[in-house]
Write a protein that binds this ligand. Structure first.
Ligand SMILES: Nc1nc2c(c(=O)[nH]1)N[C@H]1C(S)=C(S)[C@@H](COP(=O)(O)O)O[C@H]1N2
Ligand SMILES: [Mo]
Length: 198
């Protein structure tokens, strides 16, 4: 399995590895709006819908059969902590997008999750190799409280842009705001510009 180190991503944003106003922690705190939802591997389904050529639905086995890679990433939480060198294994966003065939009129993406959470990003901010649908953390199944079975990670953004317990991706022809983006967190969420609130 291939391994990719993306901990130098900050260079693209002309920033230091530790973004302004963040402090490094070795812990991995849990932040969830409403606790950890249950899931059943037999009925779990992941869907790709909206402005695509082919809408897709994956079972758990099908999803984890997608070509996977392991990446070393940094994780920046909007509440002020950063965790360096997280190893996440999963499928990249561009891989999934290619399978569905993104239509020309798609400009935006909305992620949905088992706990009712949503978060949004422009399509071009998702079409990056480091945007992963991940089901392993540090070589173990992703802990439930951190979003297992599958979560999104977005190392170029504050971590609320990465939906835990993700079960769907919708391609949109108009921007839409997700759960925290409607409640005062930044829609753009660039850690190196400290885009925390809107
Ligand atoms: N489904 C879902 N995803 C979510 C959240 C949530 O409440 N539900 N919280 C977000 C927030 S605000 C943060 S900071 C990160 C926290 O991830 P962690 O609990 O693994 O540290 O998950 C994000 N993804
Ligand atoms: Mo957060």
């Amino acid at each position: 399995m291939s391994k990719r180190d993306v901990t130098d991503l900050h260079r693209e944003f002309d920033g230091k590895r530790l973004p302004p106003g963040q402090r490094e922690t070795s812990k991995f705190p849990v932040l969830s709006k409403s606790g950890t939802p249950d899931w059943d591997p037999d009925t779990w389904e992941f869907t790709v819908t909206g402005a695509v050529e082919d809408e897709l639905a994956f079972s758990w086995d099908e999803f984890t059969d997608l070509p996977a890679e392991t990446q070393r990433q940094d994780f920046h939480c909007v509440t002020g902590w950063s965790k360096f060198d997280c190893e996440f294994t999963g499928a990249t966003f561009p891989e999934l997008a290619e399978r569905a065939g993104v239509r020309d009129d798609a400009v935006h993406v909305l992620f949905s999750a088992l706990d009712g959470y949503t978060t949004n990003l422009p399509l071009d901010e998702c079409m990056r190799e480091e945007v992963l649908f991940t089901w392993e953390f540090d070589g173990e199944p992703l802990p439930r409280e951190h979003g297992g079975p599958v979560r999104v990670v977005t190392p170029h953004k504050y971590a609320y842009k990465g939906a835990k317990w993700v079960d769907g991706v919708e391609f949109l022809t108009e921007p839409e705001r997700g759960y925290w983006e409607k409640r005062g967190y930044s829609n753009t969420a660039n850690p190196w510009n400290e885009e925390r609130y809107s």
